[in-house]
Design a protein around this ligand. Structure first.
Ligand code: NAP
Length: 353
């Protein structure tokens, strides 16, 4: 049943106990996200379990993976009905009697993917959330878990990059791509950035200026890469989130022993790989999935260090989140439509507004 409330609220039930009424964006079947998602009101359990925490979600973005998950084409297939959303930040409102790692007022992000963050309030195991620096700006906290770490890991774990080295990426104006550009700048690495051609020269110039303001060294279209820049740089790392022919062009640009990391497939086309460079340049093809990296318990220490480094770059103005458009949960249909058609900014829910 679909009901709407203006915000989460506490009420007294017939036994005289306080129940917390919350709201969540749920889907019961896979399908078109704008149609499949419903806003639902629900009551949290009467009792907070001993090892659980009450999280009030404050900012929860819509990422391509959330769209794919609702469409049923993502590897994570939650039991139905499912709450949408995998990323976001929230505040701890209450803790169970046996919770030791968190306290009321702490700010947290999901510890793993597929948590269902598009809701105002949730009771979660303390292990499901990860404490972060509460003093970071709220837009940075809301987008800390997925894209910046994906960029960070891809620039760290596949090739040893030193100052002055060059990387190349497609989908460069995506949120991950913008994070790549900024981390490259902070580390003194040069970035060659492939973007899709805009409809007008003005729009192209605006996009280029924006990317350069983040630290991009070169912003070009695929056409320019082929016609003007062939063989002009020898990147040891290529980051591919598009696939199809775009992946072919990246792989062809790689230096000897270069590595192409595929982390997305926005074109929905299978990768095209050039035979020559694979044989004669010994290039390597890898995939990366941030969710899997988070699943590995051995990475917890490294995760803390990574967030510290990202936090330092955020606080010193070297790293900015993508442009975000805040939406109330009630605006879910519009937000989900925009998330699929307008990639110039990211839609994000403010579930407690
Ligand atoms: N593997 C991982 O762990 C991981 C982590 C995070 C993200 N990802 C993946 O990375 C990709 C980008 O995510 P995001 O959140 O950064 O995206 P985003 O901010 O929503 O941006 C989407 C990007 O994809 C481009 N794009 C859309 N459709 C395209 C098409 N048909 N052909 C070529 N380019 C197209 C857009 O270019 P225009 O501006 O020209 O439309 C834009 O640059 C997604 O595939 C996502 O699932 C993977």
């Amino acid at each position: 049943m679909l009901t709407c409330l203006r915000r989460s609220a506490q009420k007294v039930n017939s036994f005289g106990r306080r129940t917390i009424s919350s709201r969540r964006l749920v889907y019961e079947n896979f399908g078109d996200p704008a149609k499949a998602i419903l806003l639902q009101q629900y009551d949290l359990p009467k009792k907070l379990e001993n090892k659980s925490v009450h999280v009030k979600w404050l900012g929860t973005p819509i990422n391509p993976a959330d769209i794919n998950q609702i469409q049923g084409v993502y590897p994570i297939k939650p039991p139905m009905p499912a709450v949408g959303g995998s990323e976001g930040y929230g505040q701890i409102e209450a803790i169970g009697t046996e919770v030791r790692s968190l306290k009321v007022g702490d700010h947290v992000i999901p510890a793993k993917s597929g948590l269902g963050t598009w809701c105002s309030d949730a009771y979660l195991s303390e292990l499901d959330v990860f404490k972060i620096d509460a003093s970071l700006p709220s837009t940075s906290k809301a987008t800390l878990q997925v894209n910046p770490p994906t960029a960070y890991r891809m620039l760290t774990d596949f090739v040893v990059l030193k100052e002055g080295d060059t990387i190349i990426q497609n989908g460069a104006n995506s949120a991950v791509g913008q994070a790549v550009v900024q981390i490259c700048r902070a580390r003194g690495i040069k970035s060659v950035n492939i973007v899709r051609k805009r409809e007008t020269p003005d729009a192209q110039k605006k996009l280029e200026e924006h990317m350069k303001s983040l630290g991009a060294d070169l912003v070009i279209t695929e056409e320019q890469l082929i016609k003007e820049y062939r063989g002009k740089f020898n990147p040891s790392l290529a980051l591919n989130c598009v696939g199809g022919r775009s992946a072919l062009l990246l792989a062809m640009a790689l230096d000897h022993n270069g590595v192409m990391v595929t982390y997305g497939g926005m074109s929905k086309q299978p990768l095209s790989i050039p035979t020559g460079p694979l044989i004669f340049k010994d290039i390597k093809l890898c995939g990366f999935w941030m969710s899997r990296w988070y699943e590995n318990k051995d990475n917890v220490k490294e995760r803390v260090m990574m967030y510290e480094q990202l936090g330092e770059w955020i606080k010193t103005g070297k790293f900015h989140p993508p442009q975000l458009v805040a939406r109330k949960l009630e605006e879910h249909q519009l937000a989900l439509e925009k998330a699929q058609t307008d990639h110039s900014c990211k839609q994000f829910f403010v579930p407690n507004d």
